[in-house]
Ligand binder design. Structure first.
Ligand code: MN
Length: 256
């Protein structure tokens, strides 16, 4: 296809190809993960003004940010987890992996009935039977409907007496995602790639353990997955090229 870029540009211009923004807005109100003591927690975004067209900068406005690497819609690099500590930091991620096809597994109906829904290998295989085997180099995205809660920290984190109640893969599904199809990574609408109950799993937080431990990536707090087809969308993931970074807030776009 000698004119592939021309065809894409024409598709964008005509509207035949749509750009869908999968990124949640990042503000001081963006919910962040809450770990129980004694663990350290990531801060939400805060900003300090450097100037506002004033004495400190008569013609310009700019701010200093404080935020965690894992604040808002963000990318998890392999070194985020102990199982991947010998793996890549964010800056080492090959750009070819940041432009890749997306497979969307829609379990929003199941999650509406059961907010602690666990994705199983059987469910992934059922998806493959319907839509074809997940191709190597794909992102697998779990559509849960959770993005509807993203502007309400209490509903989004959904902490119950036993801890957070949010969907995610069970242990075997996490192992499968990390090892079975050569995927680039796994993305979710919730605050983390693991289920809310996953701290009590064996191993704890298996999505992190098996994804990071196998050189896969994570994407969290995604929006608008409802606008993506089960297969055939192209994902563009843009974390900061942060040297030594364990993760980074990211802009995530899909071409549909
Ligand atoms: Mn993270």
């Amino acid at each position: 296809m000698p004119n592939a870029i021309a065809a894409l540009l024409q598709g964008l211009a005509s509207g035949a190809v749509r750009v869908v923004d999968l990124t949640q807005p990042l503000s001081e109100q963006t919910p962040v993960l809450q770990l129980p003591p004694p663990f350290a927690n990531t801060p939400p975004l805060s900003r300090r003004t450097l100037s506002r067209y004033d004495e400190a900068g008569p013609a310009w406005a700019w701010d200093v940010l404080e935020l965690g690497e894992h604040t808002g819609t963000h990318f998890d690099a392999p070194i985020h987890w102990i199982s991947g500590q010998e793996g890549e930091d964010v800056a080492s991620v090959a750009p070819t992996k940041l432009v890749a096809p997306a497979v969307v597994i829609d379990r929003s109906a199941e999650v509406a009935d059961d907010p602690g829904y666990l994705l199983t290998v059987a469910e992934i295989e059922r998806h493959e039977a319907e839509h074809g085997e997940i191709a190597p180099g794909s992102w697998v995205l779990l559509r849960s409907g959770w993005d509807a809660r993203a502007q309400d920290a209490e509903a989004f984190l959904n902490a119950g007496p036993e801890g957070p109640v949010t969907p995610g893969p069970d242990v075997e599904a996490a192992r499968w995602l990390g090892t079975q199809r050569g995927i680039v990574g796994y993305g979710v609408e919730t605050v983390g790639t693991d289920a809310g109950a996953a701290g009590g799993f064996d191993p704890p937080f298996p999505a992190h353990a098996f994804l990071m431990g196998n050189g896969r990536y994570g994407l969290t707090q995604l929006a608008n997955l409802a606008q993506l087809p089960p297969t055939g969308a192209l994902l563009i993931v843009a974390p900061l090229k942060l040297v030594g970074g364990t993760g980074s807030p990211a802009r995530v776009l899909a071409l549909v």
